[in-house]
Design a protein around this ligand. Structure first.
Ligand SMILES: [Zn+2]
Length: 501
């Protein structure tokens, strides 16, 4: 590493720390600072890609980039693209990526590294010698830290992390695209709209849950679901697909349809939607667990539809896709349900990957907002993990527990639904739990599955592990190596077209 790169790194770090105390500054300035910081960080990233760039670049390059950024008083161009902004002769030498026309960010909620690893062994064909690669193995480029603003410590929630990914700013846990003083932060979706791009979200939770909310709304707390749904009207998003009917009142739906939105509630209606705008709410709250709806392929279908609709805009689009329920399964410490959600999120990623490979004008970035449950692949001092059993389970443990409460022939029903013959010891445990009600029975079914598969968990909440970053398409190289979650946002923002004056 050259001295210049080191200095540039240090400057980036200083600005990173100073950004914590800049909450009282006007937002435009705050954005500017972030832009300056990001330009530095990306500069380092790009430089490190090409040795010739590092050694031959004029020593004034980073300062020139900074002053370019600082002298721009136009807050509508908060992030200056690092590659096209550097002097021309240098740009020639940099094997930097062209700017993508379209960008897709996909978030596996709670999908820490243990989930993608577990998924690999879950998908492995035991008949073959090799362990087959998954889409995650194929697309891996880097890692990301996820910590929130200092006021919330090191362990983030989905709201703070989604705010980081959508705006490029750290905030407190619970915040939806607002800073520590509860002032709105500009999102990548708002920037995209300003530049004439289309925007959309496709998720498996309610559409106004924390992750999509941070992309399309501003609110001081993630649980203000109705306020967030109302704020979606202001987002002008072209495609909003997922669950959450209960949060959209008749009056609010009328506002949407008056504005030209097609409002649908049945999956079969998707075929009739051939152009934006669309508000598709397919469940009261979240979509069904994949393990209970194996042929549904809901998230990948919604993703394909979102691509079909958004790509009609010649200017381009920004789409956020979330595998929302990976996290929910993680909170329950439910490995069978988690693997089902992982499988459909992987399907959705493959839909996007195909789109990216066919067109070559689209960037896809996949990451997680945090890790959930402290999942461990192997536990109890044993060197083993047995995912084969998970393939035999025909329903979610939640569904199984409900079914067993409802029938006296519960032992027979258990064996049918779980896909293996319970031992006497397991039956005794389940029987005792069943007398205490469905919740206890659910927990006991989970513990039977954990023991059979030798799966471990350390928490019913989140953990602060770094998460992986996957990318493909023009600009993908920017996401390699270690980065922070706010960097993912600022890198993507830097790839947006210049704002119209
Ligand atoms: Zn969570």
């Amino acid at each position: 590493m050259t001295i210049r790169t080191t200095l540039s790194l240090m400057l980036g770090m200083t600005l990173c720390f100073s950004s914590v105390s800049m909450a009282s500054q006007p937002l435009a300035e705050a954005n500017m600072l972030a832009a300056t910081k990001q330009t530095n960080q990306v500069q380092v990233q790009v430089s490190s890609v090409s040795d010739t760039t590092v050694s031959s670049a004029p020593s004034t390059a980073p300062q020139a980039t900074n002053s370019d950024t600082a002298s721009s008083k136009d807050s509508s161009t908060p992030i200056v693209a690092p590659i096209t902004n550097i002097p021309n002769k240098k740009a020639k030498q940099t094997s930097g990526p062209a700017k993508p026309k379209n960008m897709i960010i996909m978030i596996g909620d709670g999908m820490g590294p243990a989930y993608t690893t577990a998924y690999r062994y879950f998908k492995d064909n035991p008949e073959t010698q090799e362990i087959e690669q998954t889409v995650f193995d194929r697309l891996l480029v880097g890692m990301s830290s996820t910590y929130p603003a200092p006021v919330s410590g090191y362990v983030t929630d989905s709201a703070a992390s989604a705010t980081a990914l959508a705006t490029g700013f750290k905030t407190y846990n619970g915040a939806i695209a607002v800073d520590e003083n509860k002032r709105p932060l500009t999102t990548i979706m708002e920037m995209a709209k300003k530049r004439g791009l289309s925007t959309g979200v496709a998720v498996s939770s309610q559409v106004n849950h924390a992750t999509p909310a941070a992309f399309l709304a501003h609110n001081e707390h993630r649980r203000n679901y109705v306020e967030i749904a109302e704020d979606y009207f202001n987002s002008d998003a072209d495609v909003i697909l997922g669950g959450g009917q209960k949060y959209f009142s008749e009056a609010l739906l009328k506002q949407f349809t008056d504005k030209g939105y097609q409002h649908i509630t049945e999956f079969a209606q998707l075929d009739s939607i051939t152009e934006p705008k669309v508000l598709g709410l397919f469940a009261d709250v979240q979509l069904p667990w994949v393990i209970d709806d194996k042929q549904g392929h809901k998230l990948s279908t919604l993703t394909q539809k979102a691509l079909d609709l958004l790509s009609q805009n010649e200017q381009g689009f920004v789409l956020m896709v979330e595998g929302s329920l990976i996290d929910w399964a993680g909170h329950s410490n439910d490995i069978a349900t988690a693997m089902g959600e992982m499988d459909e999120f992987a399907n959705a990623i493959e839909v996007v990957e195909q789109f990216v490979r066919e067109r070559q004008d689209t960037l896809m970035v996949v990451t997680a907002d945090h890790n959930t449950g402290g999942l461990s692949i192997g536990a109890n001092n044993e060197y083993a993990w047995e995912p084969a059993i998970l393939h035999q389970i025909t329903a979610s443990p939640e569904m199984i527990s409900k079914a067993l409460i409802a029938t006296d022939e519960w032992q027979k029903r258990f064996n049918e639904l779980i896909g293996f013959e319970a031992t006497d010891e397991e039956i005794a445990k389940l029987s005792a739990a069943r007398m205490q009600g469905q919740k206890q029975l659910f927990t006991t079914i989970l513990s039977v599955i954990d023991l059979r598969t030798n799966t471990g968990w350390t928490s019913l909440g989140h953990t602060a592990d770094d998460v992986q970053v996957f990318a493909a398409g023009p600009g993908a190289i920017l996401f390699s190596g270690h980065q922070d979650n706010i960097d993912i946002a600022t890198k993507m923002m830097s790839l947006l077209p210049k704002a119209a004056r």
